[in-house]
Ligand binder design. Sequence first.
Ligand SMILES: [Mg+2]
Length: 373
Amino acid sequence: MSFTSADAAKIKITAVDVFVYDLPLQQPFRIAIGTMEAANDVLIRLRTDAGLTGLGEACPFPPITGETQATNIAAAKALREIVPGRNPLEVESLLRTYGALLHSNPSLTAAFDTACHDILGQAAGLPLYRLWGGDRTSFETDITADLDTPAAMAERAAGFVAAGFSMIKIKVGQGREADLERLRAIRDTVGAGIRLQIDANQGWSPSTAKDTLKKMERFDVLFCEQPVLASDIDGLRDVRRTSPIPVMADEAVYGPADAVRLIKAEACDSLNIKLMKAGSLTAMRKIAHAAEAANMPCMVGCMLESRLALTAAAHVVASHRNILWADLDGHSSHRIDPVIGGMGFGRGRVTLPEGPGLGASIDPAFLEKLPRV
Ligand SMILES: [Mg+2]
């Protein structure tokens, strides 16, 4: 089915279906500011009068964004009232409407924006990354070792290397000596050829961060994500000034305005862009463009989303030259993967799907059984 511009102008959203999308984890996921027992997500399906449907996933991560599945569902109900009759292709104008109304539920707005983009790509007959002018059909991703004892984390890291990964993200931020031990154990186990990055998830004070990062220099660390509190921009800049390891902002950057604030403050060396913080694919791309104009590299990261939302983020990575790193492993800790199509994930690489739009859907038999709100 191909659409002319006149056809595209007439497409209208007819219904918003909201599903409770719970994904059990293999084991609880631990970071410095909290533990997640499961991914309690929300799935949005947009239906249109043109026969196209779009899918999007919200993966609220309460310790970071303060949302829950319940607040996302409440936001989805509000959205269901305001968007029927709107054109899903008009993502910029829709973002104005729902972004203001639902700004405290960025994961839910991300799900809605993803579904709109899924329809946009299908109407254009192109995968999103092609529509956005991207040319990378695959890229490297890291994989994360969450907080545990140094020995247990080193064992996990060895498993990642055996599975073909050459970039490992290590969660730290829980005790200065313990963090050094974690890094030492992992570096000793994986050897010099594997790239290591660390993520303190706001777990350090500025003085602890400065001291610890100096001591970590000898373990050859690519960068450190969010060493200090998200709200402490001065502290982040202070750490960056003395740190031998480049500093990446994560929890300090949600949308494009945060990115501009951090760039102006010279508070970080790079940005971690995530769909669930940015609140839309549109906002992710605006952050990447702002950073590129400031000659700043970015990573695209994730929460604990399934391959549906990860695929949406992968399209962004494939379309921006200054996104040098990807951390798109959210589904690797899940017990199930109900996504059909979507990004490939193996031996440390993500491969883009070639179908139009998102190029990913949910197994109809699985979707059928999900509770509808
Ligand atoms: Mg992080």
